[in-house]
Design a protein around this ligand. Structure first.
Ligand SMILES: [Zn+2]
Length: 277
């Protein structure tokens, strides 16, 4: 009788432990599959083009920021053109272009032959830095910012779609309103209002006017950084050319002065000599 009880107890224990092992295995398998799924999902989670975001940022930097900086205006973080609202901004800031064929990751200093490999590295190794919450995809603003024009300016023009043009114009105008608000509820200082309305106007001329099928209007009509850099270069060349002339004038002037004092000394000497007689 006692033996039978022991046998049953042993059998029970064995079946329990077997069941536990299987359950653990299943759980582990499920966890593994889940993490794999998560990884795959993460890769597809970011529905935002890095390349187009980069183009959009280039446009902002070249055709908007020079004017914003000139006015010393602070773009609010509510504006989608603010750097914090570009999910790739931090990574892009950590690209080090060492040489034509050498790109370096600013986070882990790994080197790559081309920018696209560094992009892949960011996607694989530093994806945790991508915060793709709503409204942080700069590429979504490409329609308003004329990214296609910037990307291939030499390409033959595609036929204009009035509906798309109207949509882009609307997006463009809403950007102008949110980034350079002129109808603020809070008591904005007159100076702030003045700056915002100036930049609001500029934004419309620079980006929004060209969203039309009637033609004639070109994007970036107010120019950008390139022109200012040409101006800067011209000023530099002029300075370099005028500097020797300036020094020559100073030198000549000093020589004249020295000559003048020597003449004075000579005169005073002759005066002193002639006095006793
Ligand atoms: Zn890295």
């Amino acid at each position: 009788m006692g033996r039978r009880v022991i046998e049953i107890a042993l059998l029970l224990l064995l079946s329990l432990s077997l069941h536990g092992a299987r359950a653990r295995q299943e759980a582990e398998g499920a966890a593994g599959a889940r993490s794999l799924l998560q990884e795959v999902a993460h890769k597809h989670e970011v529905h935002c083009s890095r390349e187009r975001s980069r183009t959009a940022w280039k446009i902002i930097e070249e055709y908007l920021m020079p004017f914003v900086d000139q006015e010393q205006y602070q773009i609010s973080s509510k504006c989608r053109l603010h750097p914090d609202n570009d999910m790739f901004h931090e990574q892009e800031q950590h690209k080090i272009h060492v040489d034509t064929n050498e790109w370096r990751c600013g986070f882990c200093k790994k080197a790559f032959r081309a920018e696209k490999f560094l992009d892949q590295h960011f996607d694989n190794r530093h994806y945790n830095l991508l915060n793709d919450t709503q409204g942080r995809c700069l590429a979504d603003l490409c329609g308003a910012l004329h990214c296609d024009q910037m990307a291939d300016s030499k390409k033959t023009k595609t036929k204009c779609n009035p509906a798309a043009a109207a949509r882009n114009r609307h997006l463009c105008e809403s950007l102008a309103d949110s980034c350079f608000p002129t109808n603020q509820g809070r008591l904005a200082s007159f100076f702030f209002f003045f700056l915002a309305s100036r930049l609001h106007e500029l934004f419309l001329r620079q980006f929004c006017d060209a969203h039309t099928c009637s033609g004639g209007q070109k994007p970036f009509s107010r120019g950008g950084k390139k022109q200012s850099s040409v101006f800067y270069l011209a000023v530099c060349i002029l300075t370099v050319m005028l500097l020797p002339l300036f020094y020559l004038l100073v030198y000549l002037h000093q020589r004249e002065m020295r000559k003048g004092t020597q003449d004075l000394k000579r005169i005073s000497k002759t005066m002193r000599k002639s006095k006793p007689s």
